[in-house]
Structures are given as C-alpha cells and as structure tokens.
Design a protein around this ligand. Structure first.
Ligand SMILES: [Zn+2]
Length: 392
C-alpha cells in the first residue's frame, strides 16, 4: 500500500491533492489527507464501509497503509460532509491527463469518453435531497435510490472513470450528463479526448451540438427516438449487401456504412453518417444495431467506428459493474448528499489508481500484468507480512 501511495503521489502527481483535498472543516483534528487516503486505500482493499475503515486505522497495519493517525468512523462522516467536491474532481481528471503524458494510451489512435447513468444506494431510511423514490407498477413507493451519471475514458485500452454528477427528483440523466461532459472536458483539457460515445438518449441535437462545441465527435446509438432517420436507414440498408465483412475475434461482423443521410431538422450537421452492424457470434446469436456519428469515413473506417460503438460497454462493465460489485458503489457510507458524492468520487479515484498502478506502472520489470484479484491478495499478504499481529 505504501508503494501505491507513492505511485499516486508522485507518478500520478496527486501529492498536493492528498495534502489539501478540499477540507471544509473549521478546526480539524485529524488531517483530511489521512481521511481521504483511508477511503481510497480502503476501497482498493475492498473495505467499503466507514466502520471497516475505522477498524483498519486502529489496526497494527495502520502505518503500512500510509496513515499517520487513527480515527473513528464519525470523523470520516464529518469530513466528507464538508469537503468541496471540486478539489477531488480536478484531482480525478488530473490522473488520466498525467497517464496520457506518461504514454499510457500510446497504442490508441483515438481516446473516447463514455457517459451513462445509474442508480445506487437503495435505502428505506428517511429521504435525503438526492433520494429518488422507487415505484412499483402500481405507483407505490418502496424506498429510494440515488442516481448519478458517470463519465469514463474508454476505447484506449484502459477504462478510467473521470467524474460523476448526481441528479435528484426533478433532474434527469440527460441534463446531468451534459453538465458532466462540460466540466470534465474543462478539467481534462480541450484536446484530451477525440469523441464521446453514448446510448440513444444522447442522440439529440442539443447534446450533439454541445459535444461539437467542446471539440468532440459523437458516436451515439440510433434508435426509434429519431424515426425519420431510422426509417431512412432501413430504406437504404435493408436488402442491400453489406459494405464490408470483418472477422473480429470469434465474431463475424457485417457492416453497412453511409455518410450522406439527411440531418433531422434541429441538427446543424451538413449530413449524418450511420453505421449498421450485424454481429454473428459463434453460438449463432446475432446482434444488430445502428450508430450515428459525425466522423467522416475518410478519417475513420467502418471497423474502427464499430469498435468505438462497442467501447460504450466499457462504462457498463468496467465502470458500473466493477464499481458496484468490487468497490462498494452500491453501499452508502453516510446518508448525506455531499458525503455520498465525495465517496463516489473517491471510489473512482481508487479505481483509477489501482488500474494505472496494476496495468501501467513503469517499474513493473518482468512481472506479468496482475489481475485485479491477484493484486488484492498480494496487498493483503504484504500488509500482514510487514505488520505481524502482536501476540503478546
Ligand atoms: Zn438519499
């Protein structure tokens, strides 16, 4: 854990952040840097509740974890309620920027950003301002859920979450994702990413225009919410032989691809390019989907566009699934809106540090790449080896 802490401080340039993570307490007794590092280190070790972090901070491995002082779970709650999320957001976006400088993405021609929304932290307790009611088919309320949009670096061999934006009752994923994209591009820098990829609900003129104004191309799923374009695509591609056929891994992929569809009336693009793919899996399953983009064919071939469309799944698999199943994103540490937001951001920071350390650490030597679970076991074993329990 000390190695990872050094890696985060120096290689990822997070030293200043861990010294001053945006503490808003007036008379702090426990340094905020220790509390924040405890949350990050704890989540890397998959210890995801504040009482578990308190237990680690009082254990014989405290120093080996990189913590200077012990503290209780109430200190974590009090501090995270009062932290300014902006400081953590800037730090979080700084890590992939630093990784890009360290050539972590050098085998990728394009870097993508994927946006998607989810709900987490279901509770039956009295509602906070971010609680959205969970209704059944009859409209009856059964507890509440917290919603947020996530933005992640995708399509570059390394899925790195960048930021979250919650929305409460009256808000929407669509509005949250626009705020998120705007802010993340500000923090990542204007030329960090090349495109943004999202599901059908992002295929609206305002979102496409907003992305364009940020210097990003868009790859968005085409669904029936654009009925004229969808009908035009069917009229053109149905019955036509595919433009190309690729072997992609074990799948055979047929593609149809044309860049001269008419834009719908509110869209200011001169024309719309649509890719249809029909993916034949070895078991006989066939997946067909259509995606729209403003990437010209001359700049991006059909196979590359197919891969970009598929990069959307990274946010599902390596964002939400890993976040919830491995890093405790479903768990509410402290049911208070700012504390929940800070913990979500720190979970993302834990995921980013773990991935970059495991997959891109320049001092790995000849070690083969470790799987996430291998690293986890190795960390626990090395903590125990450095600090054998006191048997006296
Ligand atoms: Zn709540």
């Amino acid at each position: 854990m000390r190695q990872i802490q050094n890696y985060a401080r120096h290689d990822l340039a997070l030293k200043a952040y861990f010294r001053q993570p945006g503490d808003g307490r007036l008379q702090p007794h426990i340094p905020a840097g220790d509390l924040v590092w405890a949350v990050v280190a704890g989540h890397i070790l998959r210890q995801t509740s504040f009482p578990q972090l308190e237990w680690l901070a009082h254990s014989p491995v405290r120093a080996e974890l990189g913590l200077r002082v012990a503290f209780g779970d109430d200190a974590l709650a009090y501090c995270t309620e009062r932290m300014d999320p902006l400081t953590t957001r800037v730090a979080l976006a700084g890590a992939p920027r630093q990784a890009k400088r360290n050539k972590a993405f050098e085998n990728s021609r394009f870097i993508g950003l994927a946006a998607d929304g989810t709900g987490a932290g279901r509770t039956g307790k009295p509602a906070c301002s971010l609680c959205g009611p969970v209704r059944d088919g009859k409209g009856q309320v059964h507890g509440s859920l917290h919603h947020f949009a996530l933005l992640s670096v995708v399509g570059a061999g390394l899925t790195l979450p960048v930021d979250v934006e919650p929305w409460g009752p009256g808000g929407s994923e669509y509005a949250a994702a626009q705020r998120l994209l705007q802010r993340a591009v500000e923090h990542l820098g204007p030329r960090f990413a090349d495109y943004v990829v999202g599901d059908g609900e992002y295929a609206t003129a305002p979102f496409l225009h907003a992305a364009g104004a940020l210097g990003l191309s868009v790859v968005a799923r085409l669904k029936e919410n654009l009925p004229l374009l969808a009908a035009g695509v069917r009229a053109r591609f149905d019955g036509q032989t595919p433009r190309a056929v690729f072997q992609e891994g074990k799948d055979r992929v047929e593609v149809w691809d044309a860049e001269d569809f008419d834009p719908w009336e509110t869209l200011d693009w001169p024309a719309v390019r649509v890719l249809r793919y029909r993916q034949h899996k070895p078991g006989g399953e066939v997946v067909q989907a259509e995606w729209l983009t403003d990437f010209p064919i001359a700049r991006l071939g059909s196979l590359s566009l197919y891969r970009m469309a598929k990069s959307r799944w990274e946010i599902e698999n390596r964002g939400f699934n890993d976040g919830k199943n491995r890093y405790g994103m479903e768990h509410i540490c402290h049911h208070e809106p700012n504390s929940m937001l800070i913990v979500w951001l720190l979970i993302l920071l834990a995921m980013v540090i773990e991935r970059l350390y495991r997959l891109r650490h320049p001092h790995r030597g000849e070690h083969p790449l470790r799987s996430s679970i291998d690293l986890l076991h190795w960390l626990w074993l090395s903590l125990g080896a450095h600090s054998p329990p006191d048997t006296g």
